[in-house]
Write a protein that binds this ligand. Sequence first.
Ligand code: BG6
Length: 298
Amino acid sequence: PQVTISDGSSRVSAALSTGESVEVLLFGATVLSWKDAAGNEKLWLSKDTKLDGSKGVRGGIPLVFPLFGPATPNHEATSKLPQHGLARTARWEFLGKSTSEGSSSSSSVKLDFGLSSDTLAESTKALWPYKFGLLYSVTLDRESLTTTLVITNDGEESFDCQMLLHTYFNIKDISAVQIAGLEDSKYVDKLDGAKTKTESSSPVTFSGEMDRVYTPAKGPGHPIVVSDSGRPCFRIVRDNLDQVVVWNPWIEKAQEMSDFAPKDGYKNMVCVEAGSVDGWQKLDKGDAFEGAQTIYIL
Ligand code: BG6
């Protein structure tokens, strides 16, 4: 597998000899692109996204840490942070690659990225003054992409955190998308006063804006399958991530987002976001939390 550091060292890309590729922006360690062997893009990326760290990337896989959603006054420790925390805009360090050659069907490449409180800008540190380390691994296989985040508490003081892998999937037609694996699950409807509801026994479909935090009834070991026009296209397998956020901004919210383009791009994207965002993970000195997803191309 080939690894290229490109674009004035702001991006790292890797490709397998069979053609699959991945590209990661050092701002946020955001996966910007993931292509199959035929060159088909699997992730949606806004044409007007910022890529300079002034804002989270609108597309790809932004990393949410240590706060999901907007800050709330009832959780004092994260109340100064911007929506979705600090990791998605911080500049990460590329730590290196490891490859496994095997036969062409088993070759893979893993890219590692790190972020530590020690290297954050003082202004960012002031928003959340804990000592932490993040290790993010992006593994490209022939049929899948695995993203793993390990959070460590490197300080004396305990902290609370949330994490989420905010994946924007590239799809053909949102009106024909179905998400299976969330049947009969409890969810928080962020569009309806954060009321807790229960999903029906059918797959999730879209006919308007959606913003829901599911806790899948079948548990994290059970896959989520995204289908497009009747054809299953992605299988998401979670490790240690109990929630799945499903988001599509639809017409009006897409209009309101300055970095969202084209404006009818909401038809070609769906966010299915594996995370640990219901309550908080409390990490004491020396503790670690690891959460991961593997997305299989079907
Ligand atoms: C989702 C949230 O995860 O991210 C939505 O559930 C939010 O409420 C969306 O609108 C996008 O957030 P942002 O900060 O990238 O505009």
